[in-house]
Design a binder for this molecule. Structure first.
Ligand SMILES: [Ca+2]
Ligand SMILES: [Ca+2]
Ligand SMILES: [Ca+2]
Length: 354
């Protein structure tokens, strides 16, 4: 009953370091100067990895590191490499590094700049790659999700990308659109396959690797799904899905039916306790002969209504509205406001004409 997780804790300016370790400086001097200027007034973030014993409640700090600022500087993920080492998805410096948690030393680094153009992805360097997930594979490689490049890449430990393995192409939204949390399913469980929360496409997908290419073998979406950010294939062939702006965590079976669903405000990711990390032990969609769900008539109607507003704006709107507000409530609010304005204007016009 022990759980390990990554956290990001925003600190008051007074709790932030006076001087930053030089390794924490961005290559770009302009941005660094902005941090220097803002340091007296701006908060910073402690990114840490800790372990909690759910029986006793005892919390053990494993490792942590402070980054300047708040936005796009909080690490989203770390994965355990062995007893003493973690692989960290460094969203701040656009890299993946392996840290020895006993010595605090960084022992291995892969810089995204060795593989991607500065013109790719988001604004450089503020939120360039938005690296949001890292997974240490049994074969020694590290799988990395570069959200803003719409790509999942496979790193070998000699420090390069396994080029033929990259899943997704920037701005080819038919494959991936700003994904989160890819999980690797190895050959012995019916892979190689990757199950991915294809967030901006409002779906969860699985790609199977056949003859050196990735082919989509499974898709799940319904009308409510909005910005999913995690999907775990469970050992029994079910899939645990985290629907961030749909405000729910739920599980679907092999036929694609929802077997249970819990409403929860803006979840990021979910784990089934006892089945191992992410999709450990889960079969590929091909092996478990999973059925896709792409939405019935009601779902398609809901999806069509949602498409009136571009996904990014809708996600932004869902992000700022209270968690109890779903798509239906949002539409009701729009009807109320538009109706109110039209009614009010009509009344005023009639008043003056009288
Ligand atoms: Ca991970
Ligand atoms: Ca997952
Ligand atoms: Ca998970």
């Amino acid at each position: 009953m022990t759980v390990e997780y990554m956290y990001a804790d925003h600190l008051e300016p007074s709790a932030c370091p006076d001087t930053w370790n030089t390794s924490m400086r961005r290559v770009d001097a302009t941005i660094w100067q902005q941090y220097e200027d803002a340091r007296s007034s701006e908060a910073c973030t402690r990114n840490g990895y800790e372990r909690v014993n759910l029986t006793t409640g005892e919390v053990t700090q494993v490792w942590s590191e402070i980054t300047p600022g708040k936005e796009a500087t909080r690490y989203h993920d770390a994965d355990r490499l062995n007893e003493t080492h973690l692989a960290v998805a460094d969203i701040y410096l656009d890299r993946v590094f392996v840290v020895n948690t006993s010595s605090g030393e960084t022992e291995w680094t892969w810089n995204a700049s060795s593989a991607f153009d500065r013109e790719s992805g988001g604004p450089y360097p503020e939120d360039w790659t938005h690296i949001n997930d890292v997974e240490v594979l049994d074969d020694g490689r590290i799988m990395v999700s570069a959200r803003n490049q719409d790509r999942v890449v496979f790193l070998n430990r000699s420090g390069g990308i396994d080029k033929g393995w990259t899943l997704g192409t920037e701005d080819d939204y038919s494959v991936l659109y700003e994904q989160h949390n890819p999980d690797y399913i190895p050959a012995e469980r019916g892979g190689p396959a990757a199950i991915v929360a294809d967030s901006e496409n409002n779906r969860v997908v699985e790609y199977q690797r056949t003859n050196g290419t990735w082919n989509r073998t499974w898709t799940w979406r319904d009308g409510r799904m909005q910005w999913p950010r995690d999907a775990d294939r469970l050992p029994n062939g079910h899939t645990l899905i985290t629907d961030s702006n749909g405000n729910r965590v739920f599980e679907v079976n092999e036929r694609g039916d929802v077997v249970w669903s819990v409403n929860i405000a803006f979840p990021y990711e979910a784990e089934r306790i006892g089945t191992g990390d992410e999709s450990t032990g889960g079969p590929s969609a091909t092996q478990a002969t999973l059925q896709s769900r792409t939405g019935g008539l009601g779902d398609r109607l809901q999806i069509a209504i949602k498409q009136i507003l571009p996904g990014k704006y809708l996600n932004g709107l869902m992000y700022i509205t209270p968690p109890w507000m779903g798509l239906a409530e949002l539409l009701e609010l729009v009807v109320l406001l538009v109706g109110g304005v039209v009614w009010g204007t009509t009344e005023i016009v009639w008043w003056y004409r009288r």
